[in-house]
Ligand binder design. Structure first.
Ligand code: GRF
Length: 203
């Protein structure tokens, strides 16, 4: 059995982004600050060459790959290219962190049970693109974020962890999303750690 106090070979993880990458930063910071972290970010993948998260990866000396989905005729061709490129990094798990492309069943099955997603609501409430706005419209008094295993649906896979935040009457989508972001930055690194720790135990 793996003992967290003894050195381990961490699980090589690819983090997929499309934008700012504040959650990528939280994952990097946690890895750097945690002795025997069960994951190691082996590569960062973006479908957008201007994603600020690429700079965060470079600053942390993490290799980056940019695969522009617009250069491919089909979703599968785009995903096949990513899979080809990832073979160089021996990736065993994928953490989606603001990656704005839906993954096809082809990709999800290729990395079956090994893809995590972070979503800015308390799933199953408010799946999809406008979770924060929908939480405000529904006048809920509490929202939060969910880490779940990716299946072939949109934001439907088995839940790994959740964190709750209050929704204030004065909230706008920006203020609520900012509060959710703070919770995400705490939740995602620990959820990814537990997920990878379990992978190590299964190996
Ligand atoms: C997060 O709110 C996450 O829940 C959603 O996309 C956002 C990404 O933010 N999937 P960032 O790029 O990590 O700052």
């Amino acid at each position: 059995m793996t003992d967290l106090k003894t050195p381990i070979n961490p699980v090589p993880v690819a983090v997929f982004i499309s934008g700012n990458g504040s959650n990528l930063q939280a994952l990097i910071d946690y890895e750097v600050q945690t002795p025997s972290c069960p994951y190691e970010i082996a590569v960062v993948v973006s479908n957008k060459e201007k994603a600020f998260g690429l700079q965060r990866a470079k600053d942390a000396d993490i290799p980056t790959l940019v695969v522009n989905h617009k250069a491919y005729e089909t979703r599968e061709a785009f995903e096949k290219k990513i899979i080809d490129l990832l073979t160089d990094f021996s990736v065993e798990a994928i953490a989606l962190a603001g990656f704005m492309r839906v993954l096809s069943p082809f990709f999800v099955h290729f990395y079956a049970q090994r893809i995590l997603n972070l979503h800015p609501s308390l799933l199953p409430l408010f799946p999809g693109l406008h979770a924060v706005e929908q939480a405000l419209e529904a006048k809920v008094t509490e929202s939060g974020c969910t880490v779940h295993v990716v299946d072939t649906g949109v934001d439907t896979g088995p839940m790994v962890a959740q964190a709750r935040v209050p929704v204030l009457e004065s909230d706008t989508a920006d203020t609520l999303h900012e509060r959710i972001h703070q919770a995400e930055h705490e939740l995602y690194p620990t959820a990814l750690s537990s997920f990878c720790y379990n992978i190590l135990q299964d190996d």
